[in-house]
Ligand binder design. Sequence first.
Ligand code: HEM
Ligand SMILES: CC(C)=CCC/C(C)=C/CC/C(C)=C/COP(=O)(O)OP(=O)(O)O
Length: 301
Amino acid sequence: MNVELAKYTHAFDGISKYIQPYLNICKPKVVLMLVLTAWVGIILAPESGRSIWLQLAALLGIGLVSASAAAINHILDRAKDKHMVRTRHRPMVQEQLSVQQAYIFAFVIGILGSVLLLAYSNLLCAFLTVLALFGYAVVYTVFLKRSTPQNIVIGGLAGAMPPLLGWVSETSAMSAEPWLLVMIIFTWTPPHFWALAIARKQDYERANVPMLPVTHGVHFTKLCMLIYTILLSLVCILPYLINMSGIFYLAISCFLNARFLQKVTFLYFESKSESAMQVFRFSISYLLLLFSALFIDKLLF
Ligand code: HEM
Ligand SMILES: CC(C)=CCC/C(C)=C/CC/C(C)=C/COP(=O)(O)OP(=O)(O)O
């Protein structure tokens, strides 16, 4: 019996060791958050009568294409990732996967996701999702990231697209409302990322990546974070003002924005690098809670 169990455990270890690098290059936690924001796009879209299975197929399609974009980013960034403490243990740097294996994997899941969107959503949704992949994996990773400190502002648009993708998967058409949700993520991205970039400034210097704290200094970066956080607080009121969301969303949103503003203001006036990491971690909880509030507001109130 024990020998049998040991055999199964060994086999399981072998399989998970084989799968783990593939999973890691997909940035699974980021993709889960992207899928949550796409789901909110689906939930807030006008009633379309599409079944829950079609909605799940759309989310799976968006998730797979996003994971493909993340995998391509890991492949193309492997030389830079080698120079950064935060990223030097990644599968492509450690050569746990060959470039060919990773490209085949990214290609297969990218195609699978696109086919799911074409089959169970619509052409516009599939097109916009592939456009977001191209925006992140090629425009951001290959060009912007290496050339301008505005890289994450412009490139952030690709990561902000999922609520629009979710909405379009339901309606087959673009309208103004989902763009508000895109604007929320778009204005959230600079304080989210620059907090980490301040904490990991030496990493980016070593890898020769022109992130804002490297090119314009930490103080200027904190000022820009503050400006974007103020903008974010204002943008967050818009879903309530146009009646897309109700008072529950507004209350949670005001609370979260007050906390975010407080943390970023505190960071602006002090110099400890742990505070930057705290802001980064908070930014993730912030987005999770904000989009959960949009979701709950629509379903319960
Ligand atoms: C250009 C835009 C963005 C940039 C440059 C950026 C950058 C980063 C970086 C460098 C990390 C740290 C990853 C690590 O620890 O290895 C991170 C973490 C994270 N980001 Fe972003 N991000 C962006 C947009 C987004 C978007 C749009 C979302 C979701 C809607 C998102 C969700 C997350 C989450 C959930 C984590 C935590 C991942 C973990 O703990 O493993 N990010 N981001
Ligand atoms: C289809 C679709 C919605 C595509 C979007 C895909 C996607 C994974 C967006 C997330 C953005 C992100 C994590 C950027 C960090 O890249 P980085 O290279 O600056 O960070 P790193 O140094 O941690 O790799």
